[in-house]
Design a protein around this ligand. Structure first.
Ligand SMILES: *[C@@H]1O[C@H](CO)[C@@H](O)[C@H](O)[C@H]1NC(C)=O
Length: 554
């Protein structure tokens, strides 16, 4: 852990930038330039650069004004019932019952690492203070991908919606304290932000309406005002974070297999297909406005998590397999960020979908329907997504309407051992057939704050614009579109240490690793992911590293 601080260089130390959203080039570089007259120093400098190049990391390259940053934080699972010293059998709610039993020392002030216990409020507060001190004013936006409610795993303390809303209140308050007023914090609906967990009826149903209304209240100020109609309708919304970039916060509950309150995406009036229509409408608008897109959601899209018709339709939508008509370039979807799985991982999206196309204009029947602004979905665009709906909307039992893939309930909170093996097999499959699938998408899963492993989050670095041809900045990114992700850092809090520290903790989270340092790859474009996959498939040592980093083990 101590070594890894050095690995990440000085990116987290200079927090006194004048711009709230940008970090200026470091003083260190200026000092080097001043001393440039001295030959021996130049030689030292040269050696330093050479060493960095050889290790695959160029620490100062990310200090360029051309580089922006955002945070991805997920799965806070706030639990005010957490008790220090309680047993993990009670979800850390009660001490062992035997009068002679000792308190459990692993259940410390800030949480119990590697357990099924949720996050104590002290962990949420410490995370909030840390983010405020270290990251406020240094990021362009924060993607926050859901599950702020605690798990419903304690039979003696059943969980109700009011409690979930209160836990969302606490989580939103923590992130507002950290970033409020400086940049967008973009929330998202998780499978534990609804009650009972995994169950969310379709738009119009009174339980859905109530859930969205209460969540919007708990997240007060975080969902843009003009997006409230769409959010109150379907639990999804768009956030323009800059003149060039829109973040789409999607409600993955309407595609998730475990939600048996809705069917798949086959029926014209299914909630899943309606959300895809909304996404495609947003993509069309982004195209007209010259914006690119980042998608954020809770449950990652794949064949196991989503109903088959929804997965295929999602994959086609993000891959934009059919170029939209018209003169503007299609928007680029630069990132698809998810949580839920508590690990640090990524996957290809798209190549396992079924790309059959219809004869004439290449669009499938449903694509024609959802893209038709005159039809049913046009009514949604002009109605529910842009103006508040009447409260007497129809209440339909979606589960009876359509059955596309069983509602396979994957309640296991433990990621199986063969998780990484499955990822690697997928990489292999995709790499072998890449030429046939030029439009790959990438989904990334960030590790969670809840200490299933240790609390963690990611900081992404992305290309804001092409750098000026100034000294020290070469054209290394000239082949990449603005918005492309360049690198990421994973930060973790070692709760074994934090729980033992008396008094104020200086730095709650510490850098664990930087992507470019570990894998020797200079950016996170799709081409680079393909290269990363190939590298993993050919190097046993790298695979071993990848496997341990997936579980936050250096
Ligand atoms: C967490 O922070 C809130 C808001 O500042 C405060 O009211 C609460 O007492 C804190 N709780 C803990 C356990 O630190």
């Amino acid at each position: 852990m101590r070594e890894s601080t050095a690995l990440l260089g000085n990116t987290s130390s200079s927090s006194s930038s004048s711009s709230p959203c940008r970090q200026q080039s470091s003083n260190k570089r200026r000092a080097w330039i001043l001393a440039g007259g001295l030959t021996f120093l130049s030689l030292v400098s040269l050696a330093w650069w050479t060493t960095l190049a050889a290790t695959g990391g160029q620490d100062t390259r990310l200090n360029s004004p051309a580089v922006g940053r955002f945070i991805h934080i997920t799965d806070l699972h706030v639990d005010p019932n957490y008790r220090i010293g309680a047993s993990s059998y009670s979800q850390c709610h009660r001490r062992p019952t035997s009068p002679t039993a000792e308190i459990d020392e692993k259940t410390g002030k800030y949480g119990r690492p590697f357990s099924k216990c949720d996050s104590p409020v002290a962990l949420i507060n410490a995370t909030s203070e840390y983010l405020r001190k270290e990251w406020r004013g240094r990021v362009d936006f924060v993607a926050w991908t859901g599950d702020s409610g605690r798990h419903d795993g304690d039979a003696e303390l059943p969980r109700a919606l009011d409690e979930i809303i209160e836990q969302n209140n606490i989580a939103a308050g923590a992130l507002r304290h950290a970033f409020g007023g400086t940049c967008a914090v973009i929330p998202n609906v998780g499978n534990n932000d609804v009650s009972p967990h995994n169950e969310l009826p379709g738009p119009g149903h009174k339980r859905a309406r109530k859930t969205f209304r209460l969540l919007a209240k708990a997240w007060q100020g975080l969902v843009p005002q003009d997006q409230l109609p769409a959010f109150h309708y379907g639990g999804y919304f768009a956030y323009p974070v800059s003149p060039r970039l829109t973040v789409l916060s999607v409600n993955t509950m309407y595609w998730y297999r475990a939600n048996d309150k809705v069917g798949g995406c086959k029926a014209e009036d299914s909630p899943g297909l309606a959300q895809l229509a909304w996404m495609r409408w947003q993509i069309r608008m982004a195209r007209e406005q010259g914006r690119d897109i980042i998608v954020i959601g809770h449950v990652a899209p794949n064949r196991e998590n989503y109903r088959p018709s929804c997965y295929k339709a999602y994959a086609r939508t993000v891959s934009q397999i059919v170029p939209p008509p018209g003169p503007h370039a299609p928007p680029i979807i630069h990132a698809q960020l998810f949580g839920h799985s508590n690990v640090d991982a990524w996957a290809f999206v798209g190549p396992d979908a079924d790309w059959e196309v219809s004869e004439r204009d290449q669009r499938l029947w449903w694509e024609k329907q959802v893209d038709d602004e005159e039809g049913r979905f046009g009514d949604l665009i002009r109605g529910a997504w842009t103006a508040e709906q009447q409260d007497d909307a129809s209440e339909r039992d979606w589960a009876l309407m359509e059955d596309d893939g069983s509602a396979l309930v994957t309640t296991s909170q433990v990621v199986p051992d063969d998780f990484v093996e499955t990822l690697l097999r997928e990489y292999e499959r995709v790499v072998m057939q890449t030429p046939r699938h030029p439009r790959l998408g990438i989904t990334t899963i960030s590790p969670s704050v809840i200490p299933k492993l240790q609390p963690a989050f990611r900081v992404f670095h992305y290309l804001l614009s092409h750098p000026q041809k100034e000294k020290g900045h070469d054209s290394r990114w000239s082949h990449l579109a603005p918005g492309t992700l360049l690198d990421y850092d994973v930060y973790t809090a070692d709760l074994h240490k934090r729980n033992k520290e008396e008094g104020g903790v200086k730095k709650f989270y510490e850098p664990l690793y930087r992507f470019s340092r570990v894998y020797g790859i200079g950016d996170l474009s799709v081409d680079s992911y393909v290269r990363w996959a190939k590298r993993l498939l050919t190097s046993k040592a790298l695979r071993k590293r990848f496997r341990s980093l997936t579980f936050l083990d250096m």
